[in-house]
Ligand binder design. Structure first.
Ligand SMILES: [Zn+2]
Ligand SMILES: [Zn+2]
Ligand SMILES: [Zn+2]
Length: 254
């Protein structure tokens, strides 16, 4: 499968509005990989284009990356940086599936525009731990510990396994650890570099997680301005085994 990171920032993106910290100031001055849109990933699977999350910047991300075909959206949780751009799809001129767990879908329906949600997409309710099977691939969603109901997923295709942990604390269920075991690729949201951070696993903890579950490769994403600027994060990751810092536009094949 092809994986494209459309947005690799955390809740506030980089540069954050009205922030003059050194990281945001550098991002404003130099641009490039220092700038991070909010979290969205495009998985190109056999016969199916799956968009993971719809952040407030999704319109810009789709235009910039020339994404003209989508079949479905997997929505991890209702936080604004992951779901705030869903309304944009009122202007998407094709049918879409919306994979969302029932409590997450209900939260979305409570939005001011939520009555129009069925116009945007066909709700395909999923249940954590139950595989959603397609022709040629499948995914298994799993629940994580976060400040809202939140779900990661494990994607299986052509004998390869990719795990995305979504917004999670550094506390996983034993079930989630089983799903992560020997993954070809583990993608982890790490807003900050160093612990402690109660609601989110950090970059250094994600490396420990990779070793624990013996994943072959780790990609860090969903990084905020408290984390290292991209070039410093990349340099740190280079000294580790198969660890990559994502940037907006990064493409990988598994
Ligand atoms: Zn987030
Ligand atoms: Zn800042
Ligand atoms: Zn969140």
């Amino acid at each position: 499968m092809q994986i494209k990171f459309l947005g690799t920032g955390s809740a506030e993106g980089i540069p954050a509005i009205n922030c003059d910290c050194p990281h945001c100031s550098r991002a404003r001055r130099e641009g490039g990989k220092l700038v991070r849109g909010r979290n969205a990933i495009l998985f190109s699977l056999p016969g199916y284009q799956l968009l993971l999350d719809t952040p407030p910047d999704i319109r810009e991300s789709l235009v910039k990356n020339k994404v003209r075909r989508l079949d479905g959206i997997f929505l991890t949780h209702p936080h604004h940086d992951h779901s705030g751009g869903l309304e944009e799809f009122l202007y998407w001129k094709a049918e879409l599936d919306l994979f969302a767990e029932t409590t997450v879908y209900k939260a979305l329906r409570r939005e001011e525009w939520g009555d129009r949600l069925p116009e945007v997409a066909f709700h395909c309710a999923f249940h954590p731990g139950m595989a959603v099977r397609f022709d040629g691939f499948f995914f298994t969603p799993f629940a994580v510990y976060h400040t809202a109901p939140c779900f990661g997923l494990t994607l299986y295709e052509s004998g390869h396994k990719v795990v995305y942990t979504s917004d999670s604390s550094n506390r996983f269920s034993n079930y989630a650890y089983c799903l992560m075991e020997e993954a070809d690729l583990l993608i982890v949201n790490t807003p900050r570099f160093f612990p402690p951070h109660e609601d989110h696993i950090t970059s250094t903890e994600a490396v420990e997680l990779k070793d624990r579950v013996r994943a072959r490769r780790l990609i860090l994403t969903h990084c905020n301005h408290h984390n290292k600027p991209h070039d410093e994060l990349e340099e740190w990751a280079r000294g580790l085994d198969e660890v990559t810092a994502a940037y907006d536009g990064l493409e990988v094949e598994v």
